[in-house]
Write a protein that binds this ligand. Structure first.
Ligand code: ZN
Length: 198
């Protein structure tokens, strides 16, 4: 099997003193791969390669661009900050839900015998889970702990349906910070892409 260069293309770099060389290679099986190299000392100092995937009509294509190093640092930093803020908000929301709704939730299980079949049946019946009984058995060790675990960030929507809660302003306020952080990260990406080249 041999790879053959089928296309070679030069394009402008970020400062126009050098260029980007883009080579496409194909093998006997019609597989292709593209490789881009930056030929500019100035841009190599200031830019860093950044790749991301785009999905187009069922195909995943990897796109590579050069972005400013300082932009990339902001992009990565806002990502880390967002993750931390989101994690905190999740914990805070779960704590809030437990103080507000745990008693009401537990009362639903008052009459349910504490065996896996009975608890699984109840959970299924109120649409909290849709896993099979055998999978439920596999993942559940402590029944009491399992019942409590549904009062959490991850189950807010089905939980509120069961408890017939239509709105809860606290959730919006707890989610405000993560939403802002996500927004900052998105803006950092837009700014980074604006100053990038391919
Ligand atoms: Zn350059």
């Amino acid at each position: 099997m041999s790879w053959e260069t089928t296309n070679r293309e030069k394009s402008a770099c970020g400062c126009d003193l050098g260029y980007v060389l883009r080579e496409t290679r194909s093998d006997d099986w019609n597989r292709t791969e593209e490789n881009a190299t930056l030929h500019c000392i100035e841009c190599q100092t200031n830019f860093v390669a950044y790749s991301y995937d785009v999905h187009r009509s069922g195909m995943t294509e990897s796109i590579q661009r050069w972005v400013r190093k300082d932009d990339y640092e902001v992009f990565e930093r806002t990502k880390r900050e967002g993750d931390t803020i989101e994690q905190k908000a999740r914990t805070q929301l779960t704590e809030y839900l437990r103080t507000q709704y745990l008693d009401r939730w537990m009362s639903i299980f008052e009459e349910v015998p504490r065996n896996k079949k009975a608890v699984w049946t109840k959970l299924k019946q109120i649409n909290m889970i849709n896993i099979s009984y055998s999978n439920y058995c596999k993942r559940t060790s402590d029944l009491e702990e399992d019942i409590v675990s549904y009062v959490s960030t991850y189950y807010v929507q089905p939980l509120f349906k069961v408890l017939i809660i239509s709105s809860e302003p606290m959730i919006e306020s707890i989610n405000a910070l993560p939403n802002e952080a996500r927004q900052r990260h998105n803006e950092a990406r837009v700014a980074m892409m604006k100053r990038s080249f391919s």
